[in-house]
Design a protein around this ligand. Structure first.
Ligand code: FES
Length: 138
C-alpha cells in the first residue's frame, strides 16, 4: 500500500489557497518544535463572521502542506464557529488518512486556524472562551 493517499498527493502536488492575504482579519502562526516546521494561516472574515477567504504558507513536510491545503478548503466559506470546531481528525479523514508518524502535521493545521481565529477576535475586541474559543455574547 502506498504510504500516502491519493488525496494527500493531490493536495501536496497542487495545494489550494497558498499565499498571503494583505489586510487579513486574523493571522495565526504555529510551529512544531520537534521537526521545525512552521505554518501560517490568514483569514478574511466578513461582518457576518463568514470566512470569505483563507490562505496559508507552510514551511514544512508534504503532510503539513497537504493538511494546510485541506484545512483551508474545509473552512473557506464557513462561519468562524465552524472553523474553531475543525479538528485535526477531520482534516486527516478528509485526506483519507495520514501515516501515524505524520498525524502531528495535521495538528499544526488545526492549531494555526485556532490561532488565526484568536487573532481575529482580539483585533475585533470580541470576547471568547479561552478553552473552546466560542464567542461570548453579552
Ligand atoms: Fe513536521 Fe510534518 S514533519 S509538520
Amino acid at each position: 500500500m502506498a504510504l500516502y493517499s491519493k488525496k494527500v498527493m493531490e493536495h501536496f502536488t497542487n495545494p489550494q489557497n497558498v499565499g498571503k492575504i494583505e489586510n487579513a482579519d486574523g493571522v495565526g502562526e504555529v510551529g512544531n518544535a520537534k521537526c521545525g516546521d512552521i505554518m501560517k494561516i490568514y483569514l478574511k472574515v466578513n461582518d457576518d463572521g463568514i470566512i470569505e477567504d483563507v490562505k496559508f504558507n507552510t514551511f514544512g513536510c508534504a503532510s503539513a502542506i497537504a493538511s494546510s491545503s485541506m484545512a483551508t478548503c474545509l473552512i473557506k466559506g464557513k462561519h468562524i464557529s465552524e472553523a474553531i470546531a475543525l479538528s485535526n481528525k477531520a482534516v486527516v479523514e478528509a485526506l483519507d488518512g495520514l501515516p501515524a508518524v505524520k498525524i502531528h502535521c495535521s495538528v499544526l493545521a488545526e492549531e494555526a486556524i485556532k490561532e488565526a481565529v484568536k487573532d481575529y477576535y482580539d483585533r475585533k475586541g470580541i470576547k471568547y472562551d479561552p478553552e473552546t474559543l466560542a464567542e461570548i455574547k453579552d
